[in-house]
Design a protein around this ligand. Structure first.
Ligand code: 5RP
Length: 221
């Protein structure tokens, strides 16, 4: 299977988690395929909360109702991709820049289903640069704080998040204890969200490979 075929297979496999009510939907190319698959059975759910404007637009284009998160009491499930994922279901996310809204929707959801092609599974996080969303006036300060922690921050050129902020892609961060680093980065003033998703890891990973889709549940430490 090509990478695109793997993404399509895993998107299709995730449909079984979208049974009722309002579901959370992340962003990215794998999620786009999930949204397209969802359109084939949209009568089953009431609608979706989207983690990005792009996903919201795609959902609406299929006639799927998009809810404001504040209008929803509960989300049974959140389906999203990842840039890297480990067998503990820790992730790096934010390659598409939607990390803040993704972390919020993931926090609300009872179950986080991560959908990935095989290239995303890694033994240790950190080859993919950790995106951090930054309030514009804090850009230099946050950059210096990331340097102190051994990372090389690179400003994402010509890019603004849905929240009007900047992204620094932080290369070379050592991530031996992802939950601890996630918490530490959250304490930097002006840093809105970091792309380590470990304190609220995924509950289920659907991983597509050449032989089909595997369901992996977290090996907790
Ligand atoms: C966006 C994300 C995406 O989930 C991540 O970038 C994976 O995207 P893709 O499915 O296109 O590889 O975190 O902020």
């Amino acid at each position: 299977m090509t990478q695109d075929e793997q993404k399509r297979a895993v998107a299709q496999a995730a449909l079984k988690y979208a049974q009722e009510g309002v579901i959370g939907v992340g962003s990215g190319s794998t999620v786009n395929m999930f949204i397209d698959a969802l359109a084939t059975m949209k009568g089953r759910i009431d609608g979706a909360v989207a983690a990005s404007e792009t996903s919201a637009e795609r959902l609406r284009s299929h006639g799927i109702r998009v809810y404001d998160l504040n209008a929803v009491n509960e989300l049974l499930v959140y389906v999203d991709g990842a840039d890297e994922v480990t067998e503990h279901l820790y992730m790096i996310k934010g390659g598409g820049g939607a990390l803040t809204r993704e972390k919020i929707v993931a926090a609300v959801a009872k179950k986080f289903v991560c959908i990935c092609d095989a290239s995303k599974l890694v033994p240790v996080l950190g080859k993919f640069p950790v995106p951090v969303e930054v309030i514009p006036m804090a850009r230099s300060y946050v950059g210096r704080e990331m340097l102190k922690r051994g990372a090389q921050p690179v400003l994402r050129e010509n890019y603004k998040t849905d929240n009007g902020n900047l992204i620094l892609d932080c290369h070379g961060l050592t991530l031996l204890d992802p939950p601890a680093m996630e918490a530490e980065l959250d304490n930097i003033a002006g840093l809105v969200t970091n792309g380590i998703f470990a304190r609220r890891p995924a509950d289920v990973l659907l991983l597509a490979g050449p032989a089909g889709v595997r369901t992996i549940t977290a090996k907790r430490l």
